[in-house]
Design a protein around this ligand. Structure first.
Ligand SMILES: [Ca+2]
Ligand SMILES: [Ca+2]
Ligand SMILES: [Ca+2]
Length: 151
């Protein structure tokens, strides 16, 4: 998604969310998250200055050597750093005893727990509604996590 279309979604969803807050947890969830991230002064809308500020932060993050230009290598390095951070966190979550190895039992335990969390009503079957509810919840969790990282 280009920055412009992300902004359009955010603005459209902001209007919908303001009209009906219940929509915030539905199909506008992504737009709502984008809006929340970009609306720096919290007035419920994204100004050109806020959009530019968001872009400037991303540019600074990408411009590893700070020479005012982003090379492909710098963009790759930024992406790899993010990916490495994500994988390290995931590894730490699965490696329950922290011995630096994911044993099969640790791996299987995570899978069983994931299934149990998804099967909200505990009937032994994960339905589409349960999957959807879980993904919407994850979206909120990621939003909170991102908010923590950026603050
Ligand atoms: Ca550079
Ligand atoms: Ca382990
Ligand atoms: Ca179920």
């Amino acid at each position: 998604m280009t920055r412009f279309s992300a902004l359009s979604v955010a603005v459209t969803c902001a209007a919908a969310v303001l009209a009906s807050p219940a929509l915030a947890g539905g199909h506008c969830d992504r737009g709502h998250r984008i809006l929340h991230r970009m609306d720096l002064n919290g007035d419920g809308g994204i100004s050109p200055a806020e959009s530019a500020a968001r872009g400037a932060i991303r540019f600074l993050r990408w411009d590893g050597d700070g020479d005012g230009a982003v090379t492909l290598e710098e963009m790759m390095a930024a992406a790899q750093a993010r990916l490495a951070e994500r994988i390290a966190k995931r590894f730490a979550r699965i490696d329950r005893n922290g011995d630096g190895r994911i044993e099969r039992a640790e791996f299987d335990a995570v899978g069983s727990e994931r299934f149990a969390r998804s099967d909200a009503d505990g009937d032994g079957v994960v339905t589409e509604a349960e999957i959807r509810a879980r993904w919407e919840g994850r979206g909120d969790a990621r939003h909170r996590e991102r908010g923590r990282r950026e603050n």
